[in-house]
Each structure stands twice: as C-alpha cells, then as structure tokens.
Design a protein around this ligand. Structure first.
Ligand SMILES: NC(=O)c1ccc[n+]([C@@H]2O[C@H](COP(=O)([O-])OP(=O)(O)OC[C@H]3O[C@@H](n4cnc5c(N)ncnc54)[C@H](OP(=O)(O)O)[C@@H]3O)[C@@H](O)[C@H]2O)c1
Length: 334
C-alpha cells in the first residue's frame, strides 16, 4: 500500500483516515487528496508535509494501489466505478453494500469474503460494524435467531455539517436561548434533544438506518434469515455510537460463557459493570467496547451494551484494515 487516494478527504471520515495513516505511515509513499471544487487548493497536513486537495477527478487515481471513497452514496454511485478502473476502492457509502458481487467487510468477522473482489469493496455502516464485531464470537458457539437493537448514534455520524449544527445549537443553549430552527442538515433540533429517526422512512415506517442495520448484519454474518428489529436514535453526542442489544439464540447462553468468548475475540474490549464504557471514553480509541453483558428475560436471551468511535472503527479504521488485508493479500484475519 504505497500509493493511496482519498476521495472526500476534507470530510469527517476522510480527516479521520488521514490521521490514522499519519499514525502508521510505514510503507506509504504517496497520498493524493480529493474533495469538491470548493476545497480545491486547500492544504491538509500529513507528517509535517502540506498536501494539496484537488477537485475530484477519476483520472487522478491512475497509478494508485488503493483508493478510499468517503463520499455520500449518490456521489459514490457516480464516481466509485470510475475510480475502480484504476485500483481497488474501499467505499464508505451505503451505495454498493448490498450488491451481491461486492464484499461487505469487517476484517475481524469475514475477511475471507475479500477473495475474488472486483475492485469495489464496501465498508459497512458505522452501527453495523460494532454490532457484527461483538456478535461474531458469540455466533461461533450459539446460533442467533433474533436481535432487538436500540442505537444511540452521535451527530458526527451524519457528517461535518451535522456536527456544526450541534455546536451551533449548543452555543444558543449556553446563552439561555432556544436554537434557531433549520440551522443544519438534521431533521430537527438536536442540542438537548433526541431524534428517533435516521434517514427516510419506508412504507412500513422503518428508517433507512434501521434497514441498513438489518440487511448489512445479515450479509456480514451470513445469516439471511436473522430477525433484526432496530430503533436508531440520533443523540446530542459529538462522537461515539452506542447500542443496547437484546440477542436471542436458539439455545440457552450463560452470560459468563459469553463473556469468556468476548474477552478472547479480536477487536473487542470487554468491560466490567464498574467500568462500563460510554462514548466519551470510546472517542479516539480503536476498540469495540462491550459491557453490561447479562441474561435477558429467557435463558436464550443475552443483553449487551456496545460502544465504538464511529469515525474510527465505525468508518476510517475498518476501511484501513481492509486496505491492509488487500495489500498483504491476507485471506483470513485470524
Ligand atoms: N461520519 C461517520 O461516522 C460515517 C461512518 C460510516 C460511514 N460514513 C459514510 O462516509 C461517507 C462520508 O461521510 P462524512 O461523515 O465524512 O461526510 P462529510 O463530513 O459531510 O464529508 C463529505 C466529503 O465529501 C466531499 N464532497 C461533497 N460533495 C462533493 C462533490 N460534488 N465532489 C467531490 N467531493 C465532494 C466533501 O468535500 P468538501 O469539503 O469540499 O465539500 C467532503 O470531503 C458518507 O457516505 C457517510 O455515509 C460516515
């Protein structure tokens, strides 16, 4: 992985990716940055060097070893196939995730599905990734039949403009004033509030984010019949997504045995009840934190609390891990 391109380098995920590359730049010789025309000419720093941002141009990806697309889905639909004519592309958007010919990869869970990729690899949703990392070690021993998930998703998950909306509204609250409505892309006020809908609703009333969680989890775990019910909620937290999960298995699961599996699993940090991790502690960290592991209402049910930094393991770090697997042609994570 000597030559890297980033489309959407000025966004939150692009920025997080750049910082991760900076922290471990071994072998990286060239990084090309692309964003919209508005950002062309901006300079971003990497290891003391100033890199110029260019307006997105697919021909600018010629000669690269790997590209990361950190663009919204509609732009990804237009650009990712053109970038993929030059090099493998790891796409952060939802556009290709459910395409049967596109691997949807969480390295700790299904690295083997990278085999035979056709230059487009999809990075899952920032809520799906920690859910699958936490469930995979349990699925090796107990067959899950149903998941009931409530997510508490930070504002950075909706991009830089949404994060600016939170900061702007918080300033109003700090002055004792009600925030002006319509200040950002979120569908309502977020400061001091919750929004129980992420994305458009379908005709059954399910929000886009809830459907992503259902279908992506099924694809990654290879469980097409898994029943996944979710309510995804935007919360006034800057960074860090949390999930309260009730998982039902075909057979009884003892919390202590589940904890033993989780403690040994890659990418997971298991916490005790006394040190339950919140988004504040997860920000800037690489792990998926799992805690509050306990029995549910029946012997087959297990309750879990899962937290991760949505910009790192939920987005940029997972993509970088995929790129490293591609570079080493590693066929299996463990
Ligand atoms: N944020 C998360 O936690 C997260 C997690 C998982 C997946 N994702 C997905 O990752 C992608 C990026 O998310 P983000 O949070 O980084 O969004 P963001 O902060 O809004 O950044 C969007 C990026 O796209 C660029 N862009 C916008 N219009 C463009 C155009 N016409 N041509 C070229 N570049 C253009 C922007 O460049 P300018 O700065 O020049 O406008 C910026 O670099 C999305 O698909 C998102 O759903 C995000």
């Amino acid at each position: 992985m000597k030559r890297i391109g980033i489309a959407g380098a000025t966004g939150l995920v692009g920025e997080s990716l750049l910082r991760l590359i900076e922290a471990d730049a071994a072998g990286v010789e060239e990084v090309r940055l692309f964003a919209s025309e508005h950002s062309a000419g901006r300079r971003l720093s990497l290891r003391g060097r100033e890199l110029e941002v260019r307006a997105l141009d697919p021909d600018g990806f010629a000669g690269l070893d790997v590209a990361f697309s950190c663009l919204e889905a509609d732009l990804a639909a237009r650009f990712v196939p053109r970038l993929a004519q030059h090099c493998p592309v790891i796409d952060k958007s939802s556009r290709f995730r459910l395409d049967p010919g596109v691997p949807l990869v969480v390295p700790e869970v299904n690295a083997g599905t990278l085999n035979g990729h056709a230059n487009i690899i999809a990075n899952p949703n920032c809520t799906t990734i920690p859910l699958c990392v936490a469930l995979a070690p349990l699925c090796e021993h107990w067959e899950p039949v149903a998941l009931n998930v409530a997510s508490y998703q930070s504002v950075s998950g909706a991009g830089r403009a949404a994060l600016e909306q939170l900061h702007y509204e918080n300033e109003f609250l700090a002055l004792g004033r009600a925030p002006e409505p319509g200040a950002g892309p979120l569908p309502g006020r977020i400061a001091g509030n919750l929004i129980p809908r992420i994305g458009a609703l379908d005709r059954h009333g399910d929000a886009e984010e809830e459907l992503k969680l259902r279908h992506e989890t099924r694809k990654i775990l290879g469980l097409p019949d898994l029943a996944v019910s979710a309510t995804c909620v935007r919360v006034p937290v800057a960074v860090g997504h949390a999930l309260a999960v009730h998982a039902r298995f075909r057979t009884a699961v003892k919390p202590r045995e589940a904890c033993a599996r989780l403690a040994d699993a890659p990418g997971i940090k298991l916490s005790t009840d006394e040190e339950t991790v919140t988004p504040v502690e997860a920000e800037g960290r690489d792990e998926v934190f799992v805690g509050r592991v306990r029995a549910g209402a029946t012997p087959e049910e297990l309750c879990l609390w899962i937290v991760t930094d949505n910009l790192r393991k939920g987005a940029a770090l997972n993509a970088l891990q995929i790129a490293r697997l591609l570079a080493r042609e590693v066929r299996c994570f463990c």
